[in-house]
Write a protein that binds this ligand. Sequence first.
Ligand code: ADP
Length: 528
Amino acid sequence: MHKYYKIILSMSIKKKIILIFSASFAIIAIFGISATFDLLETRKEFNFLKISDSIRSKVLQIRRHEKNYFLYGNLSEIEKIQNYLEETYELIREGKKINAPDRNLIQLELKIKDYSTRFYNITELATVISDAINRLSMNNNKYRFIIPFMRTTFMEHPEKVMTTLKQFHSFDNNSKLNHNLKKIKTQIDGLRKTGEEIINIARELDRGARYRVQSIIKASEVGIRVIFPLSFFFGFITLFLVTQNIVKRLNELMITIKKTGEGYFSPLPFPSGKDEISTLIRTYNNMAEALKEREMQLIKKEEELIQHRKLAAIGILASGVAHELNNPLNNIHLSAQILERETEPDSKLMVKETIEDILSQSLRVKKIVGDLLEFARERKPEMARINLPDLIKNVYSQVEKISSSEDIRFSVISSGEVYISVDPEQMERVLLNLFTNAVDAMSGKGDLIVRVSPDEDVVKIEVSDTGPGIPEDTVNKIFDPFFTTKDRGTGLGLSIVYNIIKNHYGRVEVKSSCGQGTTFTIYLPREI
Ligand code: ADP
C-alpha cells in the first residue's frame, strides 16, 4: 500500500490528475454498467416471478376444476381444465425464454404433460363408464334407482359404486364395467398425485423466483450502501493526500522563496520525486545556489572595490608626498655630488665616507620616490629602440651605488646586441626593482645572472639569483601592491614590474625553490 502511495506521489501532477480522473471514471463506469446489468437482471427476474406466480395460480385453478369435475361430473369443467393446461404450457414456454435451465420449470413441464395425458385418459374412460351405466339401466329395471347415484359418484368414489353393484345386484367381479371402474380409480389416484406434485413444483418455482429477486435487491442495497460510499471515501482520501502533499510542498517553497527575497539562501531538501513540484524545488535550489554564488562574487567585488579605492587614495597621497620630496631630494643628491667633487684627496676618511653615504642613501630614497610616482601615475609607455644588454649593465651600475654589492658576481649572458622597442625609463625601473630585490635577497653575497634570449618575435629576459627563494605560501602574493616582507620595503616594486610589462604586452613569471634561488622571467614582444 505504502509502495503504491509512493509511486503515486512520484508521478507528475498531470499524471496524478489523469489517474484520479480515470479511476473515478472507471468506478462510475463500473457502477453504471453493473447497475444496468442489475436493472436488466431485476427486470428479468421480476418477469419470471410474474410468470411463476401466474403458473401457481393456474395450477391451483386446474386442481379446483379437477375437484369439481370429479365431484359433479360436470363436462364443462373438462374444457376449463384443458384451457388452463394450455395456458400453463404457454406460461412455461415464456418462462423458458427467460430462464431456460430452471430445473423446476423443466420438471413442471414434464408433470403437466403427464397430467394432461392422464386427464385425457380419465375423460375417455369416464365416457366409456358413463355409457356402460346408461346401458345397464336400459337393460335391467332393477338398476333404475341406483343409476343417478352411480353417475355422480363413479369418479369421486368408484370403489363405492363397485361395492353397491356387488352387494345389491350380485354384479360380476370380472365384468368390463368393474374393470373400467378399477382402472379409472387408479388413473384418478395417479392424476391427484401428479396434481399434488405440480402444486409443490409450482410453489417451489415461485419461491425460487422470489428468492432471486430478493437477492438482487439485497445486492443492489449493498452496492448503494457500502461499495458506493467506500469508493467515494477512498477517492476522497486519495485526492486529499495528493493535494495535501502538493500544497504542503508549495507552502514550504513559498516560505523559502520569501526568505530568499530577504537575502537568506536556504535550499530545500532535495526532492526524490519526479512531479512538477519536485522539478520546481530542484530549479529553485539551483537558482538559490546560483544566487548565493553571485552574492559571494558581489561581496568579493565589493571588497576589491574598497581595496582599489584605498589603493587609489594611498596612490594620490603617496604621489603628492613624492612630488614634494623630489626637489629637495634632488638638491641633496646634487649637493652631495658637488661636495664629493670638491673634496680634497687628502681630506679626512670620515668626511669622504659621510659624503658617499649621503649619495647612496639619497639614491635609495630617489628610487622609493620614483616607485611611488610610477605606481601613482600609471602612464602609457613611450617606445624607443634600445640595446637591452647595455640597459641591463647600466641599471646594475645604479644598483651598485645604492646597495652594498661588492660580493655579488653579476653577469649578463647574451649573444651580442639585442635591440627591442620599450619605454627606456620604465624598462629601467623594471630591471632596477628586480636587481635590487635580488641583491637584497642574497644579503649582498651571491650570483646575479641575467640571461637575454631573443627570439624572432619575443625576447626572453631571465633574472636569476642564488638567494633563499620565496616561500610557497607567499609566492602568489608578491605581485600584490604593498606586499612586502622587508622591514623598510614599500611592497610596490614587483607590482610596478607587473604593470609595466603588461602595458608592454608582455608577461612576467616567477620560479623559486627554497634555499636555491629565484628566477623572474620576462617575455616581451620585440616590436609593438
Ligand atoms: P619590496 O622590495 O619593497 O618588498 P617588492 O614588490 O619588490 O617590494 O617585493 C615584494 C616581496 O617579494 C619582497 O618583500 C620579497 O619578500 C619578495 N621578493 C621579491 N624578489 C625576491 C627575490 N629575488 N628573492 C626572494 N624574495 C623576493
